[in-house]
Design a binder for this molecule. Structure first.
Ligand code: GLN
Length: 473
């Protein structure tokens, strides 16, 4: 049991000291998966091969990491949660996977997700739903739901997810783990199956803040294969963990505590703000008036990008190839397009509409203008504050089936995460307490490339709260 309770950092130390051997780590994790995965269903594919694979002796010591199933893994099926890629075996590794492997990680499995990362509950997976380990009648959040479950259920030490509008932070919040959406351009997107390129980033999903900084050290950095990658020297994020936070200024934007936000969530967030206050941090309430338009702007931009990205699934370039004799292109095309799930179809249609002649200026261009105004709101706030603190999600994990037939209700819950993606900022979700037995996530948002500030504050808060939630499961 003890092996499973160790964080990534603790596990590496134990292996280095010779207290634990690699074979026992691998056995413990596979045993755990065998015992519990059927109940919660974190994985689409479990990579049994690693039991016999030699691992290199890099800093990660052959430790098993789980990967969201929209990140390409060479020779290992990558479905993106979709029937259309059900049998896709990538011929290459995403840059983040290459980096993880070079650092000595092994990929233990590919995790369940909403199809093409479209959703906030993992209910849009084409294969099966996943369950929140704290209450199995509830969703784990999404779209990186499987990754969050794997980490909190101790079916992997840590995981990677992707975040276009909250997909790392939402399940992190609902499951009680740490999830970081890095600054846009900090982590290479090469090998991430595209949903909305201008918004998404790959990021770490871990049990604690130190593991998060540690994994970011490994996956961040310039990559010439990603045209939006930022070219700058690498940083050591671990050095921010012990920084004094006295005198730091925190903004509390009132729009993130508005109508629809659960009272208990608000209470837990304020408890943490007061803990930080006792540590010498100064806080002040503030306002970001333009974020009230974030939701429509996000969904217009994300759907427009999705409709153009998903055009490649035509049965010729990608998708299911039909080799039947006499099958013409249009039959193959429509066969493939029918494989998309309901939510994906909805977005392709709405995105195509928003981009069509006559509506382009009225919808898409307007959404881009709002995006600029939101970015300016944040810029203004960061002249006064080091970071902003908000709830990650306005609510805790909801019941399976509760929102899936009401897309607008599902979209609404992204209200606190989406502005961050529109502005390209870094933001973390860390567990800060429970409400009726369900984890509550606190979000810390920083200016571009200021992940360091996030880690300094998150680490101090985590120490004070001392929750170690995974040990409770
Ligand atoms: N829930 C949001 C959406 O459905 C965000 C998804 C994501 O971040 N990939 O678009």
């Amino acid at each position: 049991m003890r092996i499973l309770d160790l964080t990534l950092f603790e596990l590496i130390n134990s292996i280095e000291n010779g207290d634990i051997i690699w074979e026992d780590v691998i056995d413990a994790y596979f045993e755990r998966i065998k015992k519990y995965d059927e109940e919660v269903r974190a994985y689409i594919t479990i990579n049994e091969k690693i039991k016999n694979e030699r691992h290199n002796n890099g800093i990660l010591k052959g430790i098993p990491i789980a990967i969201k199933d929209n990140i390409c893994t060479k020779g290992l099926r990558t479905t993106c949660g979709s029937k259309i890629l059900e049998n896709y075996i990538p011929p290459y590794d995403a840059t983040v996977i290459k980096k993880l492997k070079e650092a000595g990680a092994v990929i233990i499995g590919k995790t369940n997700m909403d199809e093409f990362a479209m959703g906030s509950s993992t209910e849009n997976s084409a294969f099966f739903i996943s369950r929140n380990p704290w209450d199995k009648t509830r969703v784990p959040g999404g779209s990186s739901g499987g990754s969050a479950i794997a980490v909190i259920m101790k079916e992997a030490v840590a995981a990677l997810g992707s975040d276009t509008g909250g997909s790392i932070r939402c399940p992190a919040s609902f499951c009680g783990i740490v999830g970081l959406k890095p600054t846009y351009g900090l982590v290479s997107r090469f090998g991430l199956i595209a949903f909305a390129n201008s918004l998404e980033q790959i990021g770490p999903m871990t049990r604690d803040v130190r593991d998060c900084a540690f994994l970011l050290n490994i996956i961040a950095g310039y990559d010439e294969m990603d045209g939006t990658s930022i070219n700058r020297p690498n940083e050591d994020y671990l050095k921010y963990l012990n920084k004094d936070i006295k005198g730091m200024r925190i903004g509390i934007p009132k729009e993130f505590f508005g109508e629809g936000t659960d009272e208990n969530v608000i209470k837990e967030i304020w408890k943490s703000i007061h803990i930080l206050e006792n540590l010498g941090v100064k806080y002040e309430e503030t306002s970001l008036p333009m974020v009230k338009y974030a939701l429509p702007a996000y969904y217009l931009i994300a759907m427009s990008e999705a409709s153009s990205n998903l055009a490649r699934y035509d049965g010729i370039r990608y998708g299911v190839r039909i080799d039947e004799e006499g099958m013409d292109w249009s039959t193959a095309f429509s066969y493939n397009r029918k494989l998309f799930g309901k939510e994906v179809k909805r977005r392709i249609i709405l995105g195509a509409f928003a981009l069509s002649a006559g509506f382009y200026e009225e919808y898409y261009v307007k959404a881009l203008k709002i995006r600029t105004l939101i970015r300016k709101d944040f810029e203004r706030a960061f002249k006064e504050f080091d970071v902003l603190i908000t709830p990650t999600m306005p609510i805790t994990a909801f019941k399976i089936g509760e929102k899936i037939h009401d897309p607008l209700a599902m979209y609404m819950i992204d209200i606190d995460t989406i502005p961050v993606n529109l502005a390209g900022l870094p933001a973390i979700s860390i567990p800060c307490g429970f409400s009726n037995g369900l984890p509550v996530g606190l979000q810390i948002i920083a200016p571009p490339l200021m992940e360091g500030k996030i880690f300094s504050i998150a680490k101090k808060l985590e120490e004070e709260l001392n929750l170690r939630m995974w040990e409770k499961l």
